[in-house]
Design a protein around this ligand. Structure first.
Ligand code: ITT
Length: 197
């Protein structure tokens, strides 16, 4: 049996770590969050891909241990808001609830609520080489009010296409099967399993 692969995750979002480990465990891959006070990536990229790369490379740079490093940059893109909040999803307002309230307020007079969650993943090694990138998208629309208590972030107002439930009404496994992060990570895992040992 192949050894377990450990990957350091450049993130300060514990929800990402939890979701990713739930998906990766059956494949003998473990994500460990980077705990390092010097990890302060400058997320000034214009795309999710750019920011995932910035975070993964910063994690590799500041860590004094580990061989592989990964980062997730993700967010919610709403058609009516020209793709916003997009890469600014985490900074759209001060708290998760305020971010949802601001989103609902900004869509108040609009019936076109099409949206998508996007996740970019970037895997690098400890020498700063980019090994692989992946991207996942899930389409849906923004609800008129909060529904469901699972997940995090904008999940309670994101109605998944074809399901008619918000992401926060889905179980952990249901979300992981169809989410932007779940899709991107499963493809990343396939690449890892055939390319790293
Ligand atoms: P790190 O940069 O430290 O990884 P972060 O939360 O700041 O953590 P991002 O910059 O990638 O991460 O912003 C992602 C934001 O997009 C996140 O804080 C949520 O508001 C939203 N988001 C991303 N994935 C989501 C999901 O699965 N469900 C709900 N909201 C999500």
């Amino acid at each position: 049996m192949a050894d377990k692969i450990t990957i350091i995750l450049g993130t300060s979002n514990p929800h990402k770590v939890f979701e990713m480990n739930k998906i990766a465990k059956p494949f003998d891959i473990e994500f460990i969050p980077l705990v390092n006070e010097n990890f302060n990536p400058n997320e000034n990229g214009k795309t999710f891909e750019e920011n995932a790369k910035i975070k993964a490379l910063e994690a590799a740079k500041v860590s004094n241990k580990g061989k592989y490093f990964m980062a997730d940059d993700s967010g919610l893109c709403v058609d009516f808001l020209g793709g916003g909040p997009g890469v600014h999803s985490a900074r759209y307002a001060e708290t998760p609830l305020k971010r949802i309230e601001k989103l609902l307020f900004n869509l108040k007079f609009d019936s076109k609520r099409d949206a998508r969650f996007v996740c970019a993943l970037c895997l690098v090694d400890n020498e700063g080489n980019i090994l692989h990138t992946e991207k996942g998208i899930v389409k849906g629309r923004i609800a008129h009010s909060i529904k469901g208590t699972n997940g995090f972030g904008y999940d309670p107002v994101f109605i998944v296409d074809g399901i008619n439930k918000t992401m926060a009404e889905l179980s952990e496994d249901e979300k992981n099967t169809l989410s932007h992060r779940g899709q991107a990570l499963l493809n990343m895992i396939k690449w890892i399993k055939s390319n790293l040992n």
